[in-house]
Design a protein around this ligand. Structure first.
Ligand code: DQQ
Length: 716
């Protein structure tokens, strides 16, 4: 397997341990040219060895490296040499000046079942693994094995190639394989690669093939670096061009993970969308702020990452949700810095007209502790649940909401005031929920509708809204409801002239392994205009710009009256809008069935019932075991009228707007050719007064030319 003519230098860091001896014996058995190289001799093997392999099971200590080590490694790599760091040798990356962020989880793992690497789909053609028929590669099945991996931080320069698989279980946040694009390339493999421990033959074979693959890969070609520029991020999207589940006109991350929309702002005439993004794979961890811009709310262009955790900062473990304001011409974001068991508000400003580069405030965190007067909730993960920010200005005063929970009462939105966005005075809870002990309100936001306000909060399950008035720092609730009755969470709004535009996160409902296999996770809703009707109740409709996504109208001939037989449309699709108006007459149910397979075995039925309910039946939506199969329901008012429905279908998204008031979003995962549409009425007649179907267009446009992208790619 290892390429002919390659010479590997096996790095000796003192007397060889039993593990190192076993690895060296394995290397010599591979019939390749291997030689021992001491740590001090690296400068002497430049041009002699193609790849250096440092396999260290004892703890790494900086004192192992002589002052000339980094220069020697630098010269070796610059001369096209490759470097493989396995087990705890991966912990040397900081001392060797390969990456300023070393692995944060180094120790001994007790292995009791086949354990190994969970390779990222995005890199499944990497030569180290291209001969495997699976991206789950066990390399050890027993023993106490020293390892090193990234867990709560990601390398600053390196690209994560693999996480961990333990038995059948994907463990995405144990990131064990990292590549650095330095000279001939560096690969770090901190997985339990033990040559000394016995193992079953398939595991021994996989271990051997993986290490051979890594050595060959380092001999053959450069290693992937972390994609950082807008072009590199947009290029990642190509990998998913044929994925039928990937939405085309709902915003998705370039690859990897997206959750909450953040920092929505219109600046210099352009719409800016920031979002919670994990560059290390399709799972929630090491959160950065991704960034995209649009001139029309529809077509988005990727930008470089806007905020990344600072290795020594109060946001070391993540830049969590927050908002943006244009403070007297200085765009400012307020976000939650995660650091160990603490989450505290952090601020950053930008002088870049394109909002690509952000400077973190030296005074971060700008609020140093949560208010102690209240019994705020402490949980397994957090000293105090205290996060997410919404800001508005009233006269000269800025106000801020932060999400939290009061231990024995319920979720809460804490109100602060400030004159300068930096010094904040705690004013008290704006509202405390009646949702009971343990509840937390995430991402609270207050929207101003003149004589009324709307407060919405995300309580882990739903997005609850309250309509009412704010008086003396307290919210007086007149009515409440759910912003969306389905897979929609942590929304945020942008005030655009006299309209409030709201986007929500549409989380996946398939499990972590399926998300891993897909290589991407999460989408955003369409922009929704929120308003209050004359009766003071909520109205929700897609922003009118969304109509411009309509391409070809399908020739649809749907009977004006449905009774008995099901009517199938001639043409279906995966990226459509369906707009219809239907009355039940004496039928008990009208059904719009979408994403149907030819035999209708797979389908998602959207039913409008006599009980004035809209039900999305997902029991046959996806292949068995994939995605949620439960039904989602929402009451539909007004009760005595016809139903007007806009259904947006997009890969794995169904976003429904009923009567310009109620929303329900579903995530489903039909097969590629499940594109059919049919309508039916049950137990009587239903009248269809309007029925139109359009193909909709995609939303991501190519990134701008390199000339317009600053060289500095990531703010610290
Ligand atoms: N997501 C963010 C938090 C927020 C949660 C972390 C809501 O700030 O509370 O990614 O989805």
């Amino acid at each position: 397997m290892i390429g002919h003519g390659m010479r590997v230098g096996f790095v000796c860091d003192g007397t060889l341990s039993a593990e190192q001896q076993a690895a060296l014996t394995w290397l010599e058995e591979q019939s390749i040219d291997a030689m021992r190289v001491s740590l001090d001799e690296i400068g002497e093997v430049i041009g002699t060895c193609d790849v250096l392999w440092w396999h260290r099971d004892a703890p790494f200590e900086e004192s192992l490296l002589s002052p000339s080590f980094t220069d020697a490694i630098d010269a070796f790599l610059a001369n096209d040499g490759g470097l493989l760091l396995t087990l705890r040798a991966m912990a040397a990356v900081e001392a060797a000046e390969i990456d300023p962020v070393p692995p944060d989880a180094v120790g001994v793992q007790s292995v009791t079942e086949p354990t190994g690497v969970l390779w990222r789909t995005l890199y499944d053609d990497h030569p180290a693994v291209s001969d495997f028929d699976s991206i789950r590669i066990p390399v050890c099945d027993r023993g106490a094995v020293p390892t090193a991996h990234y867990e709560s931080v990601v390398p600053a320069e390196g690209e994560v190639l693999a996480s961990t698989v333990r038995g059948e279980q994907a463990v995405p946040n144990e990131m064990t394989v990292v590549s650095w694009n330095r000279g001939g390339g560096v690969l770090g493999v901190g997985a339990p690669l033990s040559f000394h421990e016995p193992a079953e033959p398939p595991v021994v074979g996989a271990r051997s093939d993986l290490v051979s693959g890594c050595l060959s890969a380092l001999d053959d070609r450069e290693q992937p670096a972390r994609p950082k520029t807008a072009e590199q991020l947009t290029a990642l999207r190509e990998a998913f061009a044929d994925d039928p589940a990937r939405p085309r006109y709902h915003f998705t991350p370039p690859a990897n993970w997206l959750n909450d929309p953040n920092g929505l702002i219109r600046w210099n005439g352009r719409y800016h969308l920031f979002y919670q993004y994990n560059p290390a794979g399709p799972f929630h961890n090491t959160i950065h702020w991704g960034h995209a811009v649009s001139d029309d709310l529809l077509h988005w262009t990727d930008k470089q990452i806007a905020l990344a955790p600072s290795p020594d900062g109060p946001d070391r473990h993540g830049c969590w949700s927050g908002c943006a304001v244009g403070d007297d011409g200085t765009p400012t974001v307020l976000y939650t810095g995660g650091n160990g068991r603490w989450q505290l508000p952090c601020l950053a400003t930008s002088t870049d007209p394109d909002l690509q580069v952000w400077d973190k405030d030296p005074g971060n965190p700008i609020i140093e502790e949560p208010p102690w007067g209240l019994d705020l909730l402490s949980t397994e993960h957090w000293e105090v649940e205290f996060r997410d920010h919404a800001i508005w200005q009233d006269g000269e005063t800025w106000y801020q909401l932060i999400g939290s929970g009061i231990t024995d009462q319920g979720g809460t939105a804490l109100l602060y005031a400030s004159s300068d966005l930096r010094e904040w005075e705690y004013e008290g809870p704006l509202l405390i929920g009646e949702d009971g002990p343990g509840a937390v309100w995430e991402c609270p936001e207050l929207l101003d509708f003149g004589d009324r306000s709307l407060l919405h909060v995300s309580n882990y399950e739903d997005v609850v809204y309250f309509i009412g008035t704010v008086d003396d720092g307290k919210f007086d609730v007149a009515c409440r409801g759910l912003l969306d009755h389905g897979d929609f969470y942590a929304p945020q709004s942008l005030t655009d002239g006299d309209r409030h535009l709201t986007w929500g996160w549409l989380p996946e409902t398939r499990d972590a392994s399926a998300q891993w296999n897909a290589g991407w996770s999460g989408a955003l809703s369409l922009p929704r205009v929120l308003s209050l009707g004359d009766d003071g109740t909520l109205r929700q409709r897609p922003a009118e710009e969304v109509d411009r996504l309509r391409q070809d109208a399908h020739p649809t001939a749907v009977p004006a009256v449905l009774e008995g037989t099901r009517h199938s449309l001639d043409e279906g699709g995966r990226t459509l809008e369906i707009e219809l108006e239907v009355s039940l007459d004496d039928a008990s149910t009208f059904e719009l069935s979408v994403f149907e397979s030819a035999d209708r075995h797979e389908r998602t039925a959207i039913r409008y019932t006599h009980e004035n309910e809209l039900v999305v039946d997902r029991s046959a939506s996806s292949r068995e075991g994939v995605g949620a199969a439960d039904a989602q329901r929402m009451p539909v008012t007004p009760y005595d009228d016809s139903l007007s429905l806009r259904a947006f279908l997009d890969g794995s998204v169904i976003e429904l707007y009923a009567n310009d008031r109620h929303c329900l979003t579903s995530r489903v995962y039909p097969d590629a050719d499940s594109t059919g549409i049919s309508v039916a009425a049950e137990d009587g007649r239903a009248s269809i007064s309007a029925f139109e179907v359009w193909d909709l267009d995609a939303v991501i446009t190519p990134a701008p030319q390199p000339a317009s992208v600053p060289a500095d790619t990531e703010s610290q």
